[in-house]
Write a protein that binds this ligand. Structure first.
Ligand code: N01
Length: 532
C-alpha cells in the first residue's frame, strides 16, 4: 500500500466508477493521489445497492469503461442488462487489474473540507477526526448516493426487520414465506418487487406515484457483444457525440405534424418490442409537446391495462399526473404482471396515506397492515445531496449556503468561490440524463486535462468566473424550461426532498452538445475560468 502521508497533490472522494478512473488517469500522469471511500471496498452505487433484482437499465455493451481497450476486448458480459453482482465483479476486476486499492483508504467518510487561501490548499477532515490536505479535491461522490429517509412517524417503533434498498445488507436477507411491505415504486422499488414476489409469503406495495415502465426484454447477451467488439472504438465515439451517451435511434419526425397514424403505431410497437429507455426517443417532440407526450403516455397506459388483470389495480398502477419521461423512466422485467399474483396487493397512498409505523406494521388510511419485513425504496437526495452533506467551506462560505436556492456551477464541473474543487458529473451537467459511464469518462478526462494545463503553465489554482457561472446556470435553466421535464415532482427537480428548492438540476441539452461546449472551453484556454 502506498503510504498515506496526509498531504497530497489530489484527494479524490469516492471509489465508484468515477473515482477509480480518476485515480488511474492522475496516477498515470504522475500525481500523488489519495482516494477516500466510505464503503468497505470499491463500487460506489453498486457496492451499496445490493437489493434483490438490482440491475442496470443501460445495456452492458454501453455501461462499461472505454479507456482500457484490452479490458474492453477481454471482458464478457452475460446478459443484455447486467445485474448488480456482475457489475460489482467488473469494478473489482478493474481495481485488481490496475492495482488501485493501494491508493484508496476505505471505511473513511469525508465530513468537512476547508479551503485555505494562503496555502492554496484544501484541508479534508474525515469521520475519524483525521485531516489531510491537498492542492486539488475531486468529488466523485455520485449523483444518487445519499439515501432519502422519509421522516415517517414511528419508524423506530417497528418490531420486525426494516431495510433500505440503498443500503442492503451484504449477507443478503431471507424473505422466504414472510409478510413483506415495499414502500416506493421508482426503479429500485420496481426491481425489488418483481424479484421478491415469487419468494415471499405476501407482498404489499405502498405506492405514492405510479411509474411509467418500458420492458427490458433482458436475456443472454448472445452475439451482441462479439458483434460490437471489433468496432468498439468507433462505437464508443458515436456514444460520446450522441444525445444520451449511448446508442439510441432518435426519432427524426414530430409526432403529429409529420407522422401518419399507422406509422406512429408501428414505430411505438417496434420500440416497445425492442425495449429499454429509447422508447421516449420515438418522436422528436415527445419531451416538448404536451399532446405528443400524452399520446406516448397513453400507449404505455394501454400496455399496463393489457398486463394487469384486475381493472381497479390496473387503474391504480397507471400514471396520469405527469408527462412521460419527466420522471426517470423505469425499465422492467415483468413488474406489472406481479400484481396478478394472489400473494401481492397494492395500497394507493393517494387514497390511503401512511400515517405511521407501529410495532406490528404500517398504518395507511384506517388500516393497520402487519408485516415481518418492511423495505423502504424511497430514493435519494439526488445530484446535490452528497456535496452539501459535507461541510464544504470555500472563499466566501459553504457550498450548502451557496446552493440553498438550487445548485450554481459552471459546466457542472466547478463552482465559483470553491477554487480547485472539481465535481465529476456535478449538477448542471448531463449526468443522470445520460449513460453515466460516458459522462464520467468525459468529466474525468476534462479534469485531468485541466490539471495538466495548469502544471504546464506552472500554475496551481483554478476557479470559474461568477459571470461564466451565471451564464451557465441560466443556460441550463432555459434549456430545461423548453422541455416538459420541470412539470413533474421528480428527483431531477429536488421535489422528493422536503424543503429542497425545486430547480431542474441536470443539463438536458445532450451529451454530444455538452462535449462540444466543454471541449471548446478547454481549447479556448479554459474560457470562463480564472487560473493562476
Ligand atoms: O428512487 P426514486 P429509486 N412515502 O426516487 C417513493 C437510479 N436507479 O431508488 O414518486 C411514500 O425513483 C417515491 O414516490 P414519489 C435511477 O436513475 C437505477 O427507485 O416521490 N413513498 C417513489 O415512488 C432512478 O431513477 C436503477 O411520489 C415515498 C420512490 O419512493 C434513481 O436511481 C435501479 C416516500 C422513490 O423512487 C432513483 O431510483 C435503481 C414517502 N415518504 C435506481 N418518499 C437501474 O439502473 C419517497 N417515496 C434500473
Amino acid at each position: 500500500m502506498t503510504e498515506d502521508r496526509g498531504d497530497h497533490d489530489v484527494i479524490v472522494i469516492g471509489a465508484g466508477f468515477a473515482g477509480l478512473y480518476q485515480l488511474i488517469r492522475l496516477r498515470d500522469a504522475g500525481y500523488d493521489v489519495r482516494v477516500l471511500e466510505a464503503g468497505g471496498d470499491v463500487g460506489g452505487t453498486w457496492y451499496w445497492n445490493r437489493y434483490p433484482g438490482a440491475r442496470c437499465d443501460i445495456e452492458s455493451i454501453e455501461y462499461s469503461y472505454s479507456f482500457d481497450r484490452a479490458l474492453e476486448q477481454e471482458w464478457n458480459w452475460s446478459e443484455r442488462y447486467a445485474s448488480q453482482p456482475e457489475i460489482l465483479d467488473y469494478i473489482r476486476h478493474v481495481a485488481d487489474r490496475h492495482d488501485l486499492r493501494r491508493d484508496i483508504t476505505f471505511g473513511t467518510r469525508v465530513e468537512a473540507m476547508r479551503w485555505d487561501d494562503v496555502s492554496e490548499r484544501w484541508t479534508v477532515r474525515t469521520h475519524d477526526g483525521r485531516s489531510r490536505t491537498a492542492r486539488f479535491v475531486i468529488a466523485a461522490t455520485g449523483c444518487l448516493s445519499v439515501p432519502s429517509r422519509p421522516d415517517v412517524e414511528g419508524l423506530e417503533d417497528f418490531g420486525g426487520e426494516l431495510y433500505w434498498t440503498s443500503h442492503w445488507p451484504h449477507d443478503g436477507v431471507d424473505l422466504e414465506g414472510k409478510r413483506v411491505a415495499v414502500v416506493g415504486t421508482g426503479s429500485s422499488g420496481l426491481q425489488t418487487i418483481t424479484a421478491i414476489a415469487p419468494v415471499v409469503g405476501s407482498l404489499t406495495v405502498f405506492q405514492r406515484t405510479p411509474s411509467y415502465a418500458v420492458p427490458a426484454h433482458n436475456g443472454p447477451i448472445g452475439r451482441r457483444l462479439e458483434d460490437v467488439k471489433p468496432g468498439y472504438p468507433a462505437f464508443r465515439d458515436e456514444s460520446r457525440f450522441s444525445r444520451l451517451g449511448f446508442h439510441c435511434r432518435e426519432g427524426e419526425t414530430g409526432y403529429f405534424a409529420e407522422t401518419a397514424a399507422g406509422d406512429v403505431r408501428r414505430e411505438l410497437d417496434d420500440r416497445w418490442s425492442d425495449g429499454g429507455l429509447c422508447f421516449t426517443q420515438s418522436f422528436r417532440d415527445v419531451l416538448f409537446d404536451v399532446d405528443a407526450n400524452e399520446a406516448l403516455a397513453e400507449y404505455v397506459r394501454e400496455r399496463i391495462r393489457e398486463k394487469v388483470h384486475d381493472p381497479e389495480t390496473a387503474e391504480k398502477l397507471t400514471p396520469r399526473s405527469y408527462p412521460i419521461g419527466a420522471k426517470r423512466m423505469c425499465v422492467d422485467t415483468g413488474y406489472f404482471e406481479v400484481y396478478n399474483r394472489d400473494n401481492v396487493s397494492l395500497v394507493d397512498l393517494g387514497e390511503e396515506p401512511i400515517s405511521r409505523l407501529t410495532e406490528r406494521g404500517i398504518v395507511a388510511g384506517d388500516v393497520e397492515h402487519e408485516f415481518d419485513v418492511i423495505i423502504m425504496a424511497t430514493g435519494f437526495d439526488a445530484m446535490t445531496g452528497a456535496l452539501t452533506a459535507m461541510d464544504v467551506r470555500g472563499t466566501d462560505g459553504t457550498l450548502a449556503e451557496k446552493w440553498a436556492a438550487g445548485p450554481r456551477t459552471y459546466l457542472g464541473l466547478m463552482a465559483a468561490g470553491f477554487p480547485n474543487l472539481f465535481m465529476i458529473t456535478g449538477p448542471q451537467s448531463p449526468s443522470v440524463l445520460s449513460n453515466m459511464m460516458t459522462s464520467i469518462e468525459y468529466h474525468v478526462d476534462w479534469v485531468t486535462r485541466a490539471l495538466e494545463y495548469l502544471r504546464a503553465r506552472g500554475e496551481h489554482r483554478m476557479e470559474p468566473d461568477v459571470e461564466a457561472e451565471d451564464n451557465w446556470v441560466n443556460t441550463t435553466n432555459d434549456v430545461g424550461d423548453l422541455t416538459l421535464m420541470p412539470r413533474a415532482a421528480s428527483w431531477y427537480m429536488g421535489a422528493n426532498i422536503p424543503g429542497k428548492r425545486r430547480v431542474f438540476m441536470p443539463f438536458v441539452g445532450g451529451v454530444g452538445t455538452y462535449k462540444q461546449i466543454g471541449d471548446g472551453v478547454a481549447v479556448a484556454g479554459y474560457h470562463g475560468f480564472e487560473t493562476a
